[in-house]
Structure formats: C-alpha cells, structure tokens
Design a protein around this ligand. Sequence first.
Ligand SMILES: [Zn+2]
Ligand SMILES: [Zn+2]
Length: 373
Amino acid sequence: MEEMSYYEILEVSQSSDKSEIKKAYRKMARKYHPDANPDDPDAEHKFKLCNEAYQVLSDDEKRSIYDRYGKQGLEGMGAGGGRSGGFGGFDDLGEIFEEMFGGGRRSRQNPADMDKYPLDLGVEISISFKEAVFGCDKEVKFTYKKACGTCKGTGAKDGKLAPCQQCGGKGQVYMRQGFMTFSQTCPVCHGAGTMPGEACPDCHGQGFEEVEESVTIKVPAGVDSDNRLRVSGKGNIGKRGERGDLYVTFQVEPDDTFQRHGNDVYMEVPVFFTQAILGETITLPSLTGEIELELERGTRDKQQYRFRGEGIEDVHGHGKGSLIAQVKLVYPKKLNDEQQKLIEELQESFGIESKPHESVFESAFEKVKGWFK
Ligand SMILES: [Zn+2]
Ligand SMILES: [Zn+2]
C-alpha cells in the first residue's frame, strides 16, 4: 500500500490555503484525539499522522519543500520537529490544542484587566470539640489582598506594562511531548502576558497590598473538620473594586473522651471484669450531661451500647446521631493471696464449665492422633 500524502491525511486538496488546512486539521485532530478514542492504537496512529501533516503543511517553507521533494526532502530538517529556536512553529498547534481541550484558562482578550490573585480567599480555623458540637460565635482573623492604589493593581510604575519576554505576551508557553503539545500558564507572568516595565515603588511590583481584618462568624452546631463556611464579600478586592468571598474551613480539635464519626460519637468505657460478669449499671458522661449504662450480664470486651439521639446534631438539621459506648474490659494485673484464693474457689465452683477448651479440643486431640497412625 502506498503511503498517504499529507494532503490525503488531512483530506484537503493540494491547492488548499492555510486556513483550510488549519480547519481540516482541527476536524481530524478532534476525531482522532486519544481522549476521544481511548485504547485505540489506530486512532492514535492517525492522530500522530495528522499532527505530522499539519506541522509540515502549515509551514510555508516545509510545505514547498514537501511539494517538490516529498517527505525525503524534509529529512534532516526533522519532519515533525520544530524549527530552530525553541517553541516557535508550534504556537498554532498549541492554540488549537487549547481551543479544543484547554477550556479552563481565563480569557486573554485583555490581560491588563486580569487580577494577579483570585478574589476568593480561604482561611482555616481551629475550634474545640465542644464548639463544634454546640456551635459558637467565633472571631476569624484573616489577611486579604487589595489592588495597590498607586499602580491600580498592575504592579508597574505609573501603570506602564510591557509584554512578557518569556511568552511573548501570550500568557502561555507550549511544550511538545511525543506527538502531543501541552500548554502551560507562563511561569514568569502567571498568564497575564504582561510584565511591569518598572516595578511600582509602593507594592514592589506585586500589584497588591495586604490588609488584616477580622469577622465574627456563627459556627453552626454539628460542624466537622474540613467543613467549609462561606462568608460573603470578605475575600480579596480586585482591581475594579469587586470583592470575593471568604471561605472558612474548620479543623476540630480532638476530645479526650469522645471520638466523632459522622454524627455519632464513640466513647470507650473501662469496665472491671467483675462488673461485666455481674451486669452492673454505671453512670457515664454524655454530651449533654450523664447517662446510665446498664451492662448486660456477661458483657464482652468491645461490646457496644448505642444511645440514640445522644450524638451530634446534624449540621444540615437532619436530626441527631447516637452516642456509642464501647466496653473495654479491665482485668487486675496482680492478685493478692486472698484474691487468688477467692478466684480459684470461684473457678472450682464452676467445675467443667470453667474449662471450655477441654471440651472443644478433646475431639481434636483424637483426630490429630489419627493422622500419624
Ligand atoms: Zn509570560
Ligand atoms: Zn503598586
């Protein structure tokens, strides 16, 4: 099979002009892009070919060499490779790539209008377990950014801006990896495409000043770690005076007694082994006061007792969780002579019942013997 020409790959005629080629490439690239054709080696190959074809046909010099001498003529220039001088020549590809898949980048129609920082602001505060359970009023101290009045947020002395040298004012730099081209926000101008000619003396070229403020917020009952509360209009202030929001994220300090899991609260209850055997009633602290725990006779280690409605108020008002008391059996580490005697007597009084392993293992002993006969 004869190799397809670059024109055939892009399905254009040999007389097509640049914009037709660009349009055709865009169509083909979209069709065969690996994202749209996962695990399809054929599509990947075609995508590769389209890129190769476009890089040649979109470059006047390469195209005319290709027209006259074919692919061989481009060897040594590195078909599909870049012109000397870095990323030049891939700008088109990068732009197309960005148009197709970029999406997220801020519009660049007027880079000078872009703020140097996001308007929304985040702050984290620590609250006690009790404050989280019952809610509270809390003062939050934070520092917000405000566009520098002297340079109107540009960071440039007298507001004079020059195009960024790194990205040539595009705000993006392009990198090639294999047959893919990736765009990245310019690390020098952070996407603005411009740089201060001379730094503003007041903000040292940053374009903003930092201001401390505090606000008292109402922390709702039931709030948990990593919950976020929006405080409207307390964020950073942009160039045009518009203000973002402040997002307060909570971190709840752990409590010595209670451990939270969702809206339920767990507590560990040490129970002496005799209490567990006898089934006593013991008094426990709860979130709101005290509760009585009636231990079952023969309570096991790690046995859980649930008290419905004694947990944490759901932060969205969906009722209360449970308090779960988990037993931790405690045994004496030492016995004095009298205790030793009493326990031995107790064990004897139970007879065979106090040696459950014997009845279980008796048959096992017999069976194992059989294995070696
Ligand atoms: Zn730049
Ligand atoms: Zn300034």
